[in-house]
Write a protein that binds this ligand. Structure first.
Ligand code: BV8
Length: 233
């Protein structure tokens, strides 16, 4: 089917084969960490050192991660498809942009950026971050935090995302368990717009029944194949 406006949603499953751990399932991040303690503003207020340690470990491990065939396939789709392609990722790693995606929204923020809770400035940040770190913009210390969206916080660019969902004719959800809202509700918005909805994942997600088409397998296999089909190759 000739699709004009495509919205893609990705989750941790896209980066799993790049060595970046997922959140749920076997060995998932939330298996060894209490989400309430390390991924909420309340947890940060209670114990900022613990939260900084949690993100410092993940940020430093980004140095060894590289985009995989699925990241490159989605970048190729964006640059080869004649219509609009918007990639909305829940992931906080930089692998989509490293693979060449440009029409990209990090709705849950970016691990390689730091935000000043005092002046609101966001900085590229690849090193460790501490409570004592001074903000390069306002000079204050005691306010720097990872520039990510915690549970209970507003995801980024929601208006732009909902606008794209309202006019899309193809919505493809890739590598996400469909457990975190509002991202898990995007398929509903796309269906309401009359879009064709597709789930590409290792296994059926919590929202699998809401998708018209489903394909299961490792992202590095099924995503490139799906993109080639879409591009008519
Ligand atoms: C919001 C950044 C209002 C940090 C993340 C009480 C109070 C307040 C809010 C709530 C509440 N109760 C519920 C909520 C809503 C809450 C929520 O959904 N909670 C859940 C736990 C029920 N959501 C929020 O708080 C959000 N904010 O609601 O604000 C609002 C509402 C509407 C509009 C505006 C405002 C904020 C949520 C953001 C939280 N931050 N991350 C960090 O990363 O540390 S969420 C975190 O989960 C990551 O972003 C992650 O991407 C995301 C989703 O997880 P997945 O990506 O799906 O990863 P997961 O491990 O779960 O699944 C991986 C999948 O990949 C699996 O299906 C697996 O099979 C597959 N896979 C594995 N390997 C492969 C593979 N697939 C293919 N190939 C492979 N090789």
């Amino acid at each position: 089917m000739a699709s004009d406006q495509i919205v893609l949603l990705t989750g941790a499953g896209l980066s799993a084969e790049s060595g970046i751990g997922t959140f749920r399932g076997q060995g998932g991040l939330w298996e060894n960490h209490d989400l309430e303690e390390v991924a909420t503003p309340e947890g940060f207020a209670r114990n900022p050192t613990k939260v900084h340690e949690f993100y410092n470990k993940r940020r430093v491990s980004l140095a060894d991660a590289r985009p995989n065939a699925a990241h490159f396939a989605l970048a190729k789709l964006e640059h080869s498809h004649p219509g609009d392609v918007l990639l909305v990722t829940q992931n906080i790693d930089p692998l989509h942009e490293e693979a060449g995606s440009e029409s990209l929204i990090h709705m849950h923020g970016e691990l390689a950026r730091a935000l000043c809770g005092s002046c609101g400035a966001s900085h590229v940040w690849t090193e460790n971050l501490f409570l004592t770190t001074h903000c390069p913009a306002c000079g204050k210390s005691g306010y720097m935090r990872p520039d990510v969206v915690w549970f209970g916080e507003m995801p980024r660019q929601m208006e732009r995302i909902y606008e794209a969902l309202a006019r899309c004719d193809l919505f493809v959800s890739i590598g996400t368990s469909g457990t975190v809202y509002p991202a898990a509700g995007f398929v509903e918005e796309a269906r309401r717009a009359g879009a064709h909805t597709v789930e590409l994942n290792l296994e059926p997600s919590e929202g699998a029944s809401q998708f018209i088409e489903t394909l299961y397998g490792p992202a590095t296999e099924i995503v490139p194949a799906y993109v080639e089909t879409l591009l008519g190759n």
